[in-house]
Design a protein around this ligand. Sequence first.
Ligand SMILES: [Zn+2]
Length: 317
Amino acid sequence: MTQINGVLGPINPDDLGFTLMHEHVMVCASGLLESYPDLLGQDREARAIATLKKAHDEGVDTMVDATTFDLGRNPELLRTVAEGSGVNIINVTGWWLDVPRFLNGVGPNQMATEFIRDIEEGFRGTDIKAGVLKCAADFEGVTPSLEVMARAVSRAHNETGVPIMVHSFPTGQVARQQIKIFREEGVDLTRVKIDHSNDTTDTEYLKWILDQGCYLGLDRYPGRYVSPHMRTVTLKRLMDDGYGDRLCPAHDCICLHVHKEQPDGSIPEEHEFTRMNPEQYLYIHRFVIPDLLEMGATEQDIKTLFVDNPRRFLAGE
Ligand SMILES: [Zn+2]
């Protein structure tokens, strides 16, 4: 059976349990934690451990941490937090949206080689291996530098079999461009998950993605552009239309983030995302699952979404 690379070592797919497929312990910028840690508030490790421990106590077993290099990835922090909280964490490699100008001219094969090393040998200076690949495009669509990353991630996937999660922008139907690249690269689309898909209620577009074979990350809760309830209505509609075995709800929650100075000069103890979602990694347990059950979903449907789908997507079997 395929083992999945977690930050504490290989995970047997049957041990994943209740899995949130798109979360973050920390999001900042590459090197920020090392150079300007206080921007991320005080007691960083302790806060992250306490938050994930609470999530673990209420039933979260595993999280995919979608923090790439350009989002400030720190695998050792994730290991400490996984050890301290009991939550299994799987870290990604690949790239989000911030491609620095110094990478202009670096090609997809070069980047693929680096990503493959993150998967097979571990993030440099550690023995922690990446368990998922990630690439991204947003409102500007797939820019030339993001296309290099998408092709690099595709090639690393073809080489290693590790699945791909994709930051996308549903309002602009950007997954159409991203899926075209994956097809050109020969990627198995049943190993691709198009994320942030519940920032729209356009089920015609979402079903087009599903009909290509991809999974959908319905991974913004409570989110900003669509109300939480309409997100769940859209999720349930897709389940009712027979797509329940390829949907992955999550929060895209960030525990450690930059604390921003207020107009009066004060710096809040909690960053703005936590103020917007005080439930953090438990919003789904406390609001979405009850809402789904109210709409007629069964306990088995819930298990499909949070246990079976993650296991099938991550293990590829
Ligand atoms: Zn994210």
